[in-house]
Design a protein around this ligand. Sequence first.
Ligand code: ADP
Ligand code: MG
Length: 639
Amino acid sequence: MSESASPETFGFQAEVRQLLHLMVHSLYSDREIFLRELISNASDAADRLRFEALANPDLVGDTELAVDIAIDRDAGTLTVSDNGIGMSREEIIEQLGTIAHSGTARYLENLTGDQQKDSQLIGQFGVGFYSAFIVADEVEVASRRADRPADDGVLWRSDGQGEYSLQAIAKADRGTTVKLRLKADASEFLEEARIRTLIRKYSDHISFPVRMSGAGASDGDGDSDEQTVNRAKALWTRPRTEVDDDEYVEFYRHIAHDFSDPLTWSHNRVEGTREYTSLLYIPSVAPFDLWNREAPKGVKLYVQRVFITDRATEFLPLYLRFVRGVVDCGDLSLNVSREMIQQDPAVGAMKSALTKRVLDLLGRLSKADADKYATFWEQFGTTLKEGLAEDSSNREKIAGLLRFNSTMSEDVAPDRSLDDYLGNAADDQESIYYLLADSPLAARSSPHLEAFRERGIEVLLLSDRIDEWAMQFLDEYKGKSFRDIGRGELDLDEGEEAGPVDAGEDKERKHLVKRIKRVLRERVDEVRVSTRLKESAACLVLNEHDIGHQMRELLKASGQQAPASLPNLEINPTHPLIGKLADEADDDRFALLSTVILDQAMLAEGRQLDDPAAYVRRVNDLLLATRGESLASTETGAS
Ligand code: ADP
Ligand code: MG
């Protein structure tokens, strides 16, 4: 390579500067991973060249695709070169000067300055190219895109402090050479033996040869030929029994750009009418852009070991977008286009087979390792729930994987499955009962649970923001229907003798209900005597088909207006406050007390009152009205 025109200086995007700084500080103890990242990029570049060469075979020529690593002890440099796709000037500015991911700024806000936590987060974000600056005080990247002439190369240079320079160069070979001038305290990476060990440790599974020349290394054995250090065989093509867990984990890190360990994986080869190999992983940490349903980057598609795309969305449903891995098809055409993939009936069959495989993998994980499954649920439970709507053919399977808070568990983390629930229910219990609330805490203290507690019936407590929406799609599980206990009339004692209510009492209650309804008609649909309540005075109940609070919030967030509906007020006639209400002759006081009871029922649901100040005034009026009585009794007591 030779330099022409003089260098131009550019500033890094602010986010890059921040990331660089944090990375150098928080990943210091893991700094050897820089080599893995550079080799991983070189391998990706070779993959991409091979893909572009499908349409344009001249790009590759007959040179072997490989990664070469060289050490120059005298100069204190380590070089990683590839003959992959290379980068143009524009690409290098885009790729090595900015962070293209959307949501970066928000992600960076989560960094705390706590080394341990931040290294986790940075890992989640993908460590990548910038990790070179953990060990180098200067990095030079010389690159030439495979489809550009030899004089159209570019040299990028930076000390990682805030700026980089660019210069046009001539570069005879296509591809990219990354040269690190190692920091004084990183001279261990000038040891050939150390580098070989690292290549085997981190990059054994890379499909391309990673070579090192013995020359220049003082402890070399005199042989100066390039030697392939890694196994250079795509990991997924090896028999399962010959791959050990560490290798699977390293491979995961390479394809998922994730620093943490996967929770579990499934490696399979399917033979017969269609031939394909899949290696699918469940990550342990959600990527920072999991919410982004637009462009999930999960499964890499290879056709006969040639990389095609890393957005192979056709092979798994959207609700499994957290899965990472590789699918290698033996019998797809190499010239596949996106449209062809979508139309290929074999792809549809593979999608349903892979979906089942992932759901079964999760099922096995839930049985084998409760802690890992809890981690999975915490990270991806909400995403999996989308499957109830998206994938009706696997609804029962997905339902079996759900985890809930429940009146039978103490934990804040949801750990009850539907099978746990059924195992605990009486044989003649027809329904699976659940309650929607804003938080597990609000759910646990809800008045709706009182009748269930008394009868020892378990209720699932749902407080995820998509629960109300998702549960619409779940009609039954193993023959038992689902019942939202916050709506409709409740008849737990169906078939049993109803409690004795004499005719006079019944008439009184009807009168009371009418009287309350007259006062609250603007705010409630119906007032009725409750079968739900034991300790509380009143609660709110939705009509069977009304839209609940969570759905309203979801609709609001998406700019839609939910149709208006009023809740029902159920009262507990055995509660002293309701008794007092029934005895209240003064209409104003009756209205005041009724309104306060309704407001309190709202508060008990975790709702906000439209006019909290008015509520406070009403309660104060009531407190002051009773003050005379209490004071009087205190005085009597004192004398
Ligand atoms: P990631 O690999 O996760 O995309 P990196 O920080 O490792 O993130 O790399 C950023 C980008 O820089 C890559 O996506 C790629 O486009 C480009 N890049 C890095 N190294 C090379 C290389 N050796 N050849 C071609 N492009 C590269
Ligand atoms: Mg990378």
